[in-house]
Design a protein around this ligand. Structure first.
Ligand code: GAR
Length: 229
């Protein structure tokens, strides 16, 4: 069990640009997010996020899934690589590989993901395009515990954004990302302070000792008793 008075050791998994990684690095540097980022690992060796990590003097490692014979072998190698750093929390930040049941079970309750939709709406890929195509008026992002149901683990916090008449995928994705950069550090902060748990028996988020009946709505965060600021 992590001692909440020490910075939370975390490992962050990425596949691409790493703007969420950057938001976490910046929050740790400037807003007292109490984490120690022990490593950033990418399945894509050319991910720009690895460069972001190097610039912040964080160990940056690539584990190219294409060099493994199958998912099981990749998952096993990834788990070994992660566990060397002994993280209390594994943070998926734009990590675009599906992880197998053994891997997910190993990190159950100590692995979170950010997904660009208002889950349970729009699990899977291409969410912005699908949000525009289905005539939704609202879109957003969700932070959730990772369970063996793809994008189906209990949701901790969500941020909503409007879908505007002239939106295209790029504009909408940018609007959602800006919110992601707020809600991900916030959820990690709660975890670091020992305020956030997964109740595995009931598959439910517990925040400040209370099971959440619905995700925290970041849009209301100005009046949010959970906000650490
Ligand atoms: C983010 O929008 C994140 O929610 C999404 O990938 C993007 C990564 O951006 N994740 C998924 O779609 C996971 N299924 P970033 O690399 O700039 O943080």
């Amino acid at each position: 069990m992590h001692d909440a008075s020490a910075p939370l050791p975390i490992v962050i998994l990425i596949s691409g640009n790493g703007s969420n990684l950057q938001a976490i690095i910046d929050a740790a540097a400037h807003t007292a997010l109490p984490v120690e980022i022990r490593a950033v690992i990418s399945n894509n060796p050319s991910a720009f996020g690895l460069e972001r990590a190097r610039r912040a003097d964080i160990p940056a490692l690539a584990l190219d899934h294409k060099t493994f014979p199958g998912r099981g072998a990749f998952d096993a190698a990834l788990q070994t690589m992660i566990d060397r750093f002994e993280p209390a929390l594994v943070v998926l930040a734009g990590f675009m590989r599906i992880l197998g049941p053994g891997f997910v079970t190993h990190y159950l309750g100590r692995m979170i993901n950010i997904h660009p939709s208002l889950l349970p709406a729009l699990p899977g890929l291409d969410t912005h395009n699908r949000a525009l195509g289905t005539g939704l008026r609202e879109h957003g992002a969700s932070v959730h515990f990772v369970t063996n149901e793809l994008d189906g683990g209990p949701v901790i916090i969500q941020a909503r954004v409007p879908i505007l008449p002239d939106d295209n995928v790029k504009i909408l994705a940018q609007r959602v990302l800006m919110q992601e950069h707020h809600i991900y550090p916030l959820a990690i902060h709660w975890f670091a302070e020992g305020r956030l748990q997964l109740d595995q028996e009931h598959n439910q988020v517990v925040l400040d000792g209370t099971p959440l009946t619905s995700p925290v709505d970041y849009t209301d965060a100005d009046n949010n008793p959970h906000d650490p600021q």
